[in-house]
Design a binder for this molecule. Structure first.
Ligand code: BMA
Length: 319
C-alpha cells in the first residue's frame, strides 16, 4: 500500500492510502448525497466487505454493501440499497439507520451488525444478524435513547455476550459503556468502560467506540473517537486503548495523544468537515497489518493502514 504524510498531525501509526478517498458519491450506482462511516469485515474467501452508510437526498441514511478482492479498489457496490430502514416494523428507524459495526459471532455462525436507529425518540442501538449481507434478521433496539457507537464482541465472556456502546447521560457526558446479555436481546450489568477526559484534553466530555475491538495477544485493542467541541463545531479524532480480554471492562492502557486527526482536504471539508470516523478494520493474512476504513468529512470513505504490533508498542510509551 502507498503511504502519505506518515508524521504529520499524528504519530504516524495510521498511514493513508495514496488513492484516498476510495469511495465517494460518484462511485455509487444510484443517486445519493454522501457515503461514509463504513463497517468492514473479511469474508471467508478473503473479500473485503464494507457496509457503508449512505445518505439520500431526504437526509435519511441506509446501508449498502461494497465488495473488493484487495480492499482498496475495484469495488462492486450493490446496485440498490442493501439494508433499508423499516419504520413500519421498527418505528425507531423512521429517520434512518447509521454507522454500522460488524462482528462475526462464531458460536452462531452469523455476522452481527450493531447500528444506530434514528427516529422521533432519538438515536438507539439496534442489532441485526445476517449470513450473507442480503437478508437480515432484526433483533430490534437493545438500548434506550440516546445511545450510539456500539459493537458486540465476537465471543462470549463466561456465559454472556458483550456490548460496547455510548449512551449520553445528562450531567455526566458521553462515555463508553459495557453491558452483558445471555441472548443478545436482554442486556444488563451496565458499567462505564472508559470515561471521557475533561478540561483541555482532545477527548474531553465525549468519546465513543470506533471500529469493533481487535483481539491481540495482549488484549483487546480499541480505537475510539474523541470529540473536542469548539466554536466552529466538533473536531473528531481517534485514540487508542487496550482492554483485558477476560474482563473487557478493565482498561489496561490508554493512549494520551490522538493517533489520527483530519488533515487531508477530503477530511477537512465535506458536509461535516474536520471529521475522521472509522467504523471498521480488517486484518491482513500476516495477522499484524490492519486496514482502517473511515468516513471522512461525513462525505466519503477512505482507508489507512497500520500495524497492531506498532500500536501496542506505542501504547506502552504513551499511556
Ligand atoms: C456523530 C455521528 C456520526 C458523524 C459524526 C460527525 O454524532 O452522527 O455519524 O460522522 O457525528 O458528524
Amino acid at each position: 500500500m502507498n503511504i502519505t504524510d506518515p508524521h504529520s498531525r499524528g504519530p504516524g501509526l495510521l498511514r493513508r492510502y495514496r488513492e484516498n478517498p476510495i469511495l465517494t458519491r460518484d462511485s455509487w450506482p444510484y443517486r445519493v448525497n454522501t457515503v461514509f462511516n463504513p463497517a468492514a469485515t473479511r469474508l471467508d474467501d478473503g473479500t473485503t466487505l464494507l457496509l457503508c452508510r449512505v445518505e439520500d437526498h431526504r437526509g435519511k441514511s441506509h446501508l449498502t454493501a461494497a465488495r473488493s478482492s484487495n480492499g482498496l479498489d475495484n469495488w462492486e457496490i450493490d446496485p440498490a440499497p442493501t439494508m433499508v430502514p423499516s419504520p413500519d416494523t421498527h418505528p425507531e428507524e423512521l429517520w434512518g439507520i447509521e454507522d454500522p459495526r460488524i462482528t462475526f459471532l462464531r458460536e452462531l455462525g452469523r455476522y452481527c451488525i450493531a447500528y444506530t436507529a434514528y427516529g422521533q425518540q432519538g438515536a438507539m442501538v439496534s442489532l441485526a444478524l445476517t449470513e450473507d449481507f442480503k437478508t437480515f434478521e432484526r433483533l430490534g433496539p437493545v438500548s434506550m435513547p440516546w445511545d450510539k457507537d456500539a459493537a458486540v464482541l465476537p465471543e462470549k465472556v463466561g456465559d454472556d455476550w458483550v456490548l460496547i456502546h455510548r449512551p449520553t447521560t445528562v450531567g455526566s457526558g458521553s462515555n463508553m459503556w459495557i453491558s452483558y446479555s445471555p441472548d443478545l436481546i436482554h442486556w444488563g450489568r451496565h458499567q462505564i468502560m472508559l470515561h471521557a477526559r475533561s478540561g483541555g484534553w482532545w477527548d474531553a466530555n465525549k468519546i465513543g467506540l470506533s471500529p469493533p475491538p481487535i483481539d491481540t495477544g495482549e488484549g483487546l485493542l480499541v480505537m475510539y473517537h474523541g470529540v473536542r467541541e469548539t466554536a466552529s463545531g466538533g473536531i473528531y479524532r481517534i485514540g487508542l486503548a487496550l482492554f483485558d480480554k477476560a474482563d473487557p471492562a478493565r482498561c489496561i492502557r490508554r493512549g494520551d495523544e490522538w493517533i489520527m486527526a483530519a488533515e487531508q482536504p477530503y477530511e477537512l471539508f465535506g458536509d461535516v468537515g474536520n471529521v475522521v470516523f472509522p467504523c471498521g478494520t480488517t486484518v491482513h493474512d500476516d495477522g499484524d497489518t490492519i486496514n482502517v476504513y473511515y468516513g471522512a468529512g461525513d462525505s466519503c470513505i477512505a482507508v489507512a493502514t497500520g500495524s497492531i504490533k506498532e500500536m501496542l508498542a506505542w501504547l506502552k510509551d504513551h499511556s
